[in-house]
Design a protein around this ligand. Structure first.
Ligand code: SAH
Length: 254
């Protein structure tokens, strides 16, 4: 007997960002697995059982949820934002690739959510209006040297860069180093957006220059968008600025 495993994106925070599909998937689940801060966002349902785990235990959590579903239950596993962006959908795929053959027979559905870079971008204009990439600054799962090479490549190729996981308690210096690295490729006036806890109580969105970005504080709930040479700021009297990257580029600008 096999059940189903649904990997659900919760969006950036507030329940209004939960899609109708995600809400339905959560309603239908008997058991919900996830990082405890994300499980707190799941609306409580009668008879539903919750399996909280720590942030770093993604592999073990994925295996436990798969095993539970393989024993016949209708199981959901949740991620903040989108489950396919630095999150649980890849952890589940890794577990299935390396796990018992029987896990491949499981019904799996992945329900997308609004990822942090889209939520932050929408608050401030259209910084992702032209080519962009997303990079996680966490060196827990890849070497720092590779991160630096990717920052060099992305900035010199003219991509706007969304930086996930800029800082954590265990990674205090990486963000400053990344900004210093990007300054080797981009002018000090390049716009940099710090979106913190967007879609949650106490959210903030701040626009600074790349020159000042190293001194701006970021934390685990911050998504940073570093503009390209083409990204522009429209100042507006009495209103927050609009930051955008034009759709059309006349020539190679990197
Ligand atoms: N799957 C998530 C990303 C997980 S990585 C998604 O699609 O959004 C965790 C990182 O995402 C955080 O360190 C932060 O950089 C970013 N993040 C997640 N939620 C956020 C929010 N509400 N506001 C700003 N950044 C957020």
């Amino acid at each position: 007997m096999t059940g189903t495993l649904t990997i659900v994106g919760l969006g950036p925070g507030d329940p209004r960002y939960l899609t109708v599909d995600a809400d339905a998937a959560l309603r239908g689940a008997e058991a919900v697995y996830g990082y405890k801060a994300y499980l707190d966002r799941v609306p409580a349902r009668p008879l539903q059982v919750y399996y909280p785990s720590d942030n770093r235990e993604e592999g073990t959590r994925a295996a436990a949820a798969i095993d539970h579903a393989a024993r016949g239950a209708n199981v959901a596993i949740v991620s903040g934002g989108d489950p396919g962006v630095f999150a649980m959908a890849a952890a589940v795929c890794e577990a299935i690739e390396h796990g018992p053959e029987s896990w491949r027979a499981l019904d799996i559905a992945i329900i997308p959510g609004i990822t942090a870079m889209l939520a932050v971008a929408a608050r401030i204009g259209a910084p992702l209006g032209h080519d962009f990439c997303a990079l996680s600054l966490s060196d827990n799962l890849k070497p720092w040297d590779l991160i630096e090479r990717r920052l060099d490549a992305a900035a010199s190729a003219g991509f706007v860069i969304a930086l996930y996981n800029p800082v954590s308690r265990a990674r205090p210096w990486q963000f400053g180093k990344a900004i210093a690295r990007l300054r080797q490729h981009l002018p000090p006036a390049t716009p940099v957006i710090f979106g913190r806890a967007v879609g949650r109580p106490g959210e903030s969105v701040e626009v600074v220059t790349l020159g000042a970005a190293g001194k701006t504080s970021a934390d685990m709930a911050t998504l940073v968008i570093v503009g390209s040479r083409d990204t522009r700021i429209i100042e507006r009297r009495g209103r927050s600025p609009l930051v955008y990257t034009p759709r059309a580029l006349a020539e190679v600008s990197a």
